[in-house]
Design a protein around this ligand. Structure first.
Ligand code: SAH
Length: 225
């Protein structure tokens, strides 16, 4: 095998043809994702680089996959839907993400908004995600190792906040860190009963929209080395 072929296989390119990727985009569209920019960013973001080599051949299935440490890379439909909800009222400059994980949602967001502030509690996942974003030359992201229940108060307020793990309640700190008109997309609930919510900071108080049942890993407590 030539070095080039070897490299292609290693990166999972042979198993993740353009056709497979196009099928995923078609499927997201059929499932109701209508934001063309979101679809275009998902089309060009190499999801196979965000999972273990052994799973690379499944990277363009519309499913969550394990990334170690009992965590999963989010399902492409969820990434698309949540990004679309964040952007529904127009472009955003400052967005905070809770739950970097593999960095896949981070990579998608970084191509849709000006700046991303991403918080993760598991150091090794964060380090790997950072490397991937550098490899892809996505430079408008800063990372914090910490507890997402607390957000990132020093850099608040944010125009958008996205949480990629399910919270038992909406964390007060995240509400506090929303700019006026800011949007928070967050799964809320526990176990089997989880709802995706969109919360908007209005002139007076917050509006809430419940968007339907979802399935996420839990938002846990405290940072982990
Ligand atoms: N969007 C990620 C999803 C990762 S799963 C991806 O597509 O890869 C959820 C992530 O949330 C995990 O990495 C988990 O470690 C992280 N997480 C859970 N509780 C957290 C907390 N309190 N603060 C920060 N990150 C947390």
């Amino acid at each position: 095998m030539s070095r080039e072929q070897d490299d292609m296989l290693r990166r999972g390119i042979g198993m993740t043809s353009q056709r497979t990727r196009e099928r995923l985009i078609q499927r997201l569209y059929e499932e109701g994702v209508s934001n063309a920019k979101v679809l275009e960013v998902i089309r060009r973001t190499p999801r196979h680089l965000f999972v273990d080599e052994a799973l690379a051949h499944r990277a363009y299935e519309d499913t969550a996959l394990p990334i170690g440490h009992n965590q999963t890379i989010s399902q492409p439909y969820m990434v698309a839907r949540m990004s679309e909800l964040l952007l529904e009222a127009g472009p955003l400059d400052k967005v905070m993400e809770i739950g970097t994980g593999s960095g896949y949602q981070t990579a998608v967001l970084s191509q849709l908004v000006e700046r991303v502030f991403s918080v993760e509690r598991i150091k090794v996942l964060q380090d790997r995600a950072k490397e991937r974003l550098v490899e892809l030359n996505l430079r408008n992201v800063v990372f914090r190792w910490g507890d997402g229940w607390e957000g990132w108060p020093a850099l608040a307020p944010y125009n958008g906040i996205i949480v990629t793990a399910v919270a038992t309640d909406v964390p007060q700190a995240l509400l506090d860190q929303l700019a006026p008109g800011g949007r928070l997309v967050i799964p809320v609930g526990s176990g089997e009963v989880q709802q995706l919510m969109l919360i908007i900071r209005e002139e007076q108080g917050f509006s809430r929209r419940v968007l339907g049942a979802v399935r996420f890993v839990p938002l846990l407590n405290g940072p982990l080395a």
